[in-house]
Design a protein around this ligand. Structure first.
Ligand code: SF4
Length: 392
């Protein structure tokens, strides 16, 4: 348990992020913690590098909406101060505090308070003795670093442990976690460290974290992005929702890639819809489709969607046309119907569409026929190109 949040043991996978404010500035840090929690973080880490940061934690912890982990750097006294501040978890880097007596002292104090510790091995700051022994940063060296720390904890009978073996190289971190999962049952905290700015950072972090989660490895995750930490929390949450590992809280927007049949700028409408749904907590799959010929059919499994027609949009719920709306109101109407669907349910939404359904269906058929008439069966001219190739 990290505070009241279970980690491991079959509990839902959790999302973590980290504040970038000075922890001593407790008001600014709390504001960021609230923003992170709102974006999907279940647990938040704050740095505890100096005595004034520990004092900040003492003010932050009682007011935080989520459990707080204190990140300890080189000074073991900061770990003890963070425990005094009442934090819910410590993060120790075995490469930074290497004196076994200090490690055992922290573990003993944490044990007395029933506070867990994350052993946070980091490829970039691996214990230098292991670096020399293993001739560099290898998965074996990272796993060994974690096991060594556990052996110190064992000496004082402390076992409230979770472990991370992060690296900025995706293949390296994947292999390190795979090896670690073979030798320990402790919960694992996944991450690609220093992944960098989005979109490359998002891709790297996702590649590493998702690969391991798909293998059943990992209990809690953090995206380490060079970006506003709110983006980290959102990314973590979205990944877990996409993998079906957490219940959907926000809109899952799907959109067609657009093609020669599109009757609208699909990219623009999809981005406008994404922005409009951004802060709405609607656990729905919403589709934006470029034409009514294939759109409603291709997105029939979505909860709700809109397909472009002739200067108008065709709204559909579970593949059934429910209304026709002017083109410049497509996004507003989509949001309005999504709210209604979420609050009232499918039956009530269908009942609402009782008087408009026939008109909507006929209008969709009209636009469908017109699109096919104007653009033919081969709107992308693929078959014409194939013919040309065959003639050569
Ligand atoms: S056929 Fe229609 S729905 Fe499919 S990609 Fe083209 S525009 Fe989008």
């Amino acid at each position: 348990m990290v505070g009241d949040v279970p980690v491991g043991g079959g509990a839902p996978i959790t999302v973590q992020s980290m504040t970038i404010t000075k922890t001593a500035d407790h008001e600014a840090t709390l504001q960021q913690i609230y923003a992170l929690a709102g974006a999907g973080a279940d647990i938040v880490r704050c740095t505890c590098n100096k005595p004034d940061a520990a004092e900040g934690l003492a003010r932050i912890v009682p007011r935080s909406p989520v459990p707080i982990v204190a990140d300890i750097h080189n000074n073991h006294r900061m770990a003890l101060a963070a425990l005094d501040a009442g934090v819910h978890c410590l993060r120790l880097n075995p490469g930074n505090i290497t004196d076994p007596s200090k490690i055992k002292l922290i573990a003993q104090e944490a044990k007395d308070r029933n506070v867990p510790i994350r052993i946070g091995v980091n490829g970039g700051s691996l214990d230098s003795s292991l670096y020399d022994e293993e001739k560099g940063v290898t998965p074996e060296a990272m796993v060994e670093s974690a096991l060594r720390e556990i052996s110190y904890f064992d000496e004082v009978g402390f076992d409230l442990v979770k472990i991370s073996v992060k690296a900025s190289s995706v293949p390296l971190m994947i292999e390190a976690y795979r090896q670690l999962s073979e030798v320990t049952d402790y919960p694992l905290h996944l991450g690609v460290t220093e992944a960098g700015p989005p979109p490359a950072g998002l891709l790297k972090a996702t590649a590493g974290i998702a690969t391991l989660l798909a293998e059943g490895i990992g209990d809690t995750i953090r995206y380490s992005l060079t970006a506003d930490p709110v983006e980290e929390a959102k990314a973590g949450r979205q990944l877990l929702e996409a993998l079906g590992l957490r219940e959907r809280k926000n809109v899952d927007l799907i959109a067609c890639p657009s093609c020669g049949r599109a009757e609208i700028d699909v990219y623009k409408i999809a981005n406008d819809a994404m922005a409009a749904f951004e802060d709405k907590k609607l656990p729905l799959q919403v589709a934006v489709m470029g034409c009514v010929v294939n759109g409603p059919g291709e997105a029939r499994d979505a909860d709700l969607g809109i397909a472009a027609g002739n200067k108008r949009g065709h709204l559909f719920v579970k593949g059934v046309n429910v209304a026709v709306v002017p083109e410049d109101e497509m996004v507003d109407q989509l949001v309005e119907w999504a709210n209604f669907l979420h609050e009232e349910g499918v039956e009530a939404t269908m009942a609402r569409a009782e008087s408009t359904r026939d008109v909507a269906r006929k209008a969709a058929e009209e636009d469908r026929a017109r699109n096919l008439d104007e653009r033919g069966d081969d709107a992308n001219a693929s078959e014409a190109a194939v013919e040309l190739i065959r003639k050569r």
